[in-house]
Structures are given as C-alpha cells and as structure tokens.
Design a protein around this ligand. Structure first.
Ligand SMILES: NC(=O)c1ccc[n+]([C@@H]2O[C@H](COP(=O)([O-])OP(=O)(O)OC[C@H]3O[C@@H](n4cnc5c(N)ncnc54)[C@H](OP(=O)(O)O)[C@@H]3O)[C@@H](O)[C@H]2O)c1
Length: 305
C-alpha cells in the first residue's frame, strides 16, 4: 500500500492531539500531521522536552501550528486537567492519537494506585478519550487512533490480577497493556457504530523501531540485541509512524481496522492492514475491560457517546 503524505489534501483548520509527542513515534506523527496542515497539540509530561520538540518541528516546518499542553498519563488528575485546558482553548477536536507509552519498567504503582504500564498505556488514554470525544465532529474524518504492538499477540488480560499485585512480570504487563489498547479501540468502534456515530476508532502498530521505548531494557541486553538480526529488521521512527498516519489520514480507513508494517514478521515495511490475534478480537473481553476501565477511571464513557 503506497501512502504518501504529499497526496493528503490540506488539513488546515483541523486539530490533532498527539500524546507523547516529544520523541520517537509521537514526534514523527506530530511532524507528519503538521506537514499536512493540522494544528497539533503536543501532549507531553516534560515541558522542556516538549518545547525542544516544538522547536525541532518548526525548524523543518516554519509555518507549523503547534501548541503544548502538559499531560502526565500516570496521574488521572493530570488527564482531567489536560482535558479542561484543551476545552477552554478549543471548541473542536478532529484527531486524537493515543500514542504515549512505556515498556518493561520495574514495578511501580501510579499516584492512583494502578500498575504503571496498564495506567499509562491504556487506562489514562481511555479516560482522555472519554473527556474529549464529545468535541469531535460526527464524521469519518474524526478519528481516535490507539497504538498497539506485535506484543498484543502474547498479551493476556489478567482479569484476576489486572494490576499485577500478586505477581509482576514487566513483559506480561506490557503485553497486557498493548492488548488492552487494541481491545479498547475495537470496543469503542462497536459502541460508536451502535450509536450510529460516524467517528472512527482505529488502531495501529509501528512494527519495531529503535526509539527511547527501550529505556528500561538493561544496557547489557540492549548491546546484545545489536548482535542479533533485530536491528536490521527494524525501521526508522519516521517510517514506523506511517501506520499511525495512515490510520489517521487515509480516506479508505474503516472503523475497527488495524494498521501496521507489511514486511517480514510485521517488523518493518510499508503501512497496510494488519492481522489481529484471535484474542485481540474477543468481544466479551473487550466489553469486560471497558466496564472495568470505566470504574477505575471514574468515567461514564458509554453514556457520553
Ligand atoms: N518503538 C517500537 O518499536 C514500538 C513497537 C510497538 C509499539 N510501540 C508503541 O508506540 C508508542 C510510542 O512508542 P515510542 O517507541 O515512540 O517510545 P518512546 O520513544 O519511549 O516515546 C514514548 C513517549 O511517551 C511519553 N510518555 C511516557 N510516559 C508518559 C506519561 N506518564 N505521560 C505522558 N507521556 C508519557 C514519553 O515521554 P518522555 O519523553 O517524557 O518519557 C515519550 O514522549 C507506544 O505506545 C509504544 O507502546 C512502539
């Protein structure tokens, strides 16, 4: 599937939020959206890093329309403050890219008492979406893009110990959180369809890209990985952001679809439709996760739709 930002019509006047836009895939996604004329809100937890990212984008695209609103997904209070600030400054939202994420950190609980990968990667994005979706025009050009991963394939939603209180495996918790992102995207689309809404909920994964996501992997293991074929199978953050940009901007996208790179083992390559594992399509798990996410985030999301 050839996808080229140069063939996307101008998106001027439209507003996108990208979480974790200061580095890695979020940065490249923000740059791509600015390139097609969107106003991009950089939703970041570190003000200095966000300012630097803004400068870097403006160096490449001097006319880019960019703004920074602080967002720390490890605190639901910050998610609520973000939404409040956004709503005070903007009357509409066209695109929400739920990109920010962490991988394999040592166990920690967030300020709200949730396992950090579950909270940052899934639960806070669930809350953020619920707080903003009513600002989205009811058209198929309005989209929520959730970031999943090949890791969803080994992921399992451990409903008996969702917060890894009994036992913590950093890898299992990451797989759980990325499966949760996919199930959330699916369930949101089912609920939008049930309400006859045209807004699309879609999902994307980047394949493998050498970003700061590896920061929690011990340096010795990172060095060993360089001796494997993995680095040669990965692609640049710019290329890895294309499935997200495709899901966000292409005109042949349907709700509930999943996009990723088309190369060997879905690690790199041109963006296209990606297969979901069978458990990534399970409607009962998705509904159960939705209900729990409403409780844990104090959100009446379904009623908002
Ligand atoms: N890279 C890959 O190979 C790969 C593969 C599959 C899926 N993904 C997914 O792609 C997404 C982006 O990953 P990446 O590779 O670009 O990683 P990255 O380079 O580590 O960037 C992650 C971004 O998320 C932000 N973030 C982390 N915790 C946050 C919090 N509590 N509140 C707000 N922002 C927070 C980071 O901010 P700071 O800079 O302040 O830490 C950073 O901007 C993630 O969802 C990841 O799971 C990546």
């Amino acid at each position: 599937m050839d996808f080229n930002l140069n063939s996307i019509p101008s998106q001027q006047g439209k507003i996108a939020i990208v979480t974790g836009a200061n580095t890695g895939l979020g940065y490249e996604t923000a740059l791509g959206l600015a390139q097609v004329g969107m106003t991009v809100i950089l939703a970041c937890r570190n003000e200095a890093k966000a300012q630097q990212a803004k400068i870097n984008i403006l160096t490449q695209l001097p006319n880019a329309q960019l703004d920074i609103i602080p967002l720390d997904l490890s605190q639901q209070a910050s998610v609520r403050a973000f939404a409040q600030q956004y709503r005070s400054q903007h009357s509409h939202l066209n695109l929400l890219i739920n990109n920010a994420g962490i991988m394999f950190p040592p166990y920690s609980a967030t300020a709200d008492g949730f396992e950090s990968q579950f909270a940052v990667n899934h639960l806070s994005h669930f809350l953020l979406t619920s707080l903003l979706i009513d600002l989205m025009p009811d058209t198929a050009e309005s989209r929520i893009v959730s970031l999943s991963s090949n890791a969803h394939k080994f992921g399992k939603i451990n409903f008996d110990d969702l917060q890894s209180e009994t036992q913590y495996s950093a890898v299992a918790a990451y797989g759980q959180s990325k499966l949760a992102c996919l199930l959330f995207a699916n369930e949101l689309q089912r609920k939008l369809t049930a309400q006859n809404k045209s807004i699309l909920s879609v999902c994307a994964h980047p394949g493998v890209s050498n970003t700061e996501l590896a920061r929690y992997i011990p340096k010795a293991i990172q060095l060993l990985l360089w001796l494997t074929p993995l680095p040669f199978m990965a692609h640049s953050p710019q290329k890895a952001s294309l499935p997200t940009l495709y899901a966000a901007l292409a005109d042949d996208v349907k709700g509930g679809e999943y996009f990723g790179p088309q190369g060997a083992l879905e690690m790199s390559g041109k963006p296209g439709r990606a297969p979901k594992a069978a458990h990534g399509q399970d409607e009962a798990s998705a509904q159960k996760l939705w209900d729990i996410s409403e409780q844990l985030s104090g959100s009446n999301f379904e009623q908002i739709l």
